[in-house]
Ligand binder design. Structure first.
Ligand code: ZN
Length: 309
């Protein structure tokens, strides 16, 4: 087992929301042991705290959105994947926009920022969750299954027939190094033919060729330069790690995903939490919603004048 980590000093990012198209600021701040990853939405009058846990996920269509029942923060998945990849376990994530900036569509800029501010080891151990019996979720022909393994290994397969993406498989032996080298730079992708539909539904309003790897089914090609031949499946691995991050412990398993996505990733995290007895105690995130002292502690760190609602 390793010890928990936070970041050495705070770091700010500025960027555009993929879906909203609005510009916002994001500040990551160090947090004490057992805090987990906690989003703090800042508007003019108050702050809302939303721990990144499976129970706080409210929407998994086209992004992972979380909520405390009052405000929603969208598109959290790439940032939390970067934190998981860099093994930052405790962090306050202050945002003045209800969407996390998409940056270049990957986790590259978040990883670079985290590298710059550095990790700080804390005194307490990071809890581990070992899968000892298979755990799985399915939906139509899609599935995620986790098998016992002494480490974290991911195998991901996607299938987009009649498109330039086709079928791709990627295998990752997870470590911070392999995450940085093989996964962090893989961008969000989409088909140009789907854009009108998304825009009509108020989605991808901030999407452009600088933050989405765009494919054309009609022309059977990528419309901007790929970073890897199999960039789409690598991006899905990034998204899966963003889903795993909501578990708030180091999972030891061989996880196989076939045509997964945000919905299945979240279902998997929820299944893991509900299947394994005693999990609720690990990391303690589930008690945060009602723990007043915890909020006072956060308010202290954030230098709040007013107790959050
Ligand atoms: Zn993604």
């Amino acid at each position: 087992m390793r010890n928990q980590n936070t970041i050495k000093k705070q770091i700010t990012f500025k960027g555009k929301g993929l879906h909203s198209g609005r510009i916002g600021h994001l500040t990551l701040k160090p947090a004490p042991e057992d805090t987990g990853l906690v989003f703090v939405y800042k508007d003019n009058h108050q702050r809302h705290f939303i721990p990144y846990t499976p129970e706080n996920v409210v929407d998994t269509r086209n992004n992972i959105s979380i909520s405390n029942g009052k405000v929603v923060i969208r598109t959290v998945e790439h940032l939390v994947a970067a934190l998981y990849g860099q093994r930052i376990d405790n962090c306050l994530i202050e945002s003045d926009m209800n969407e996390i900036p998409i940056m270049d569509g990957s986790a590259l800029e978040f990883v670079a920022g985290l590298e710059e501010t550095e990790a700080v080891e804390q005194a307490k151990e990071r809890e581990e969750l070992r899968i000892i019996n298979p755990v799985w979720v399915t939906s139509e022909d899609k599935f995620i299954v986790a098998l016992p393994y002494n480490g974290l290994k991911l195998s991901y397969t996607i299938s987009f027939p009649n498109s330039p993406i086709g079928t791709q498989t990627f295998n990752l032996d997870f470590s911070s190094e392999s995450f940085q080298k093989k996964i962090a730079g893989a961008r969000t992708f989409g088909f140009i033919e789907d854009l009108d539909y998304y825009r009509k539904h108020g989605l991808v309003l901030g999407g452009d060729f600088d933050n989405v790897h765009v494919f054309s089914k009609k022309e059977n090609r990528s419309l901007n330069s790929p970073r890897y031949d199999d960039e789409p499946v690598r991006h899905k691995v990034l998204d899966l790690l963003g889903g795993i991050a909501m578990l708030n412990f180091d999972i030891k398993a061989f996880i196989i995903s076939y045509k997964g996505g945000h919905t299945l990733d979240t279902m998997f995290a929820q299944r893991v939490m509900s299947t394994i007895s005693g999990v609720q105690k690990v990391g303690g995130v589930y008690s945060y919603g009602t723990d007043t002292n915890y909020y006072y502690m956060l308010a202290d760190i954030l230098d709040l004048e007013k107790f959050p609602s």
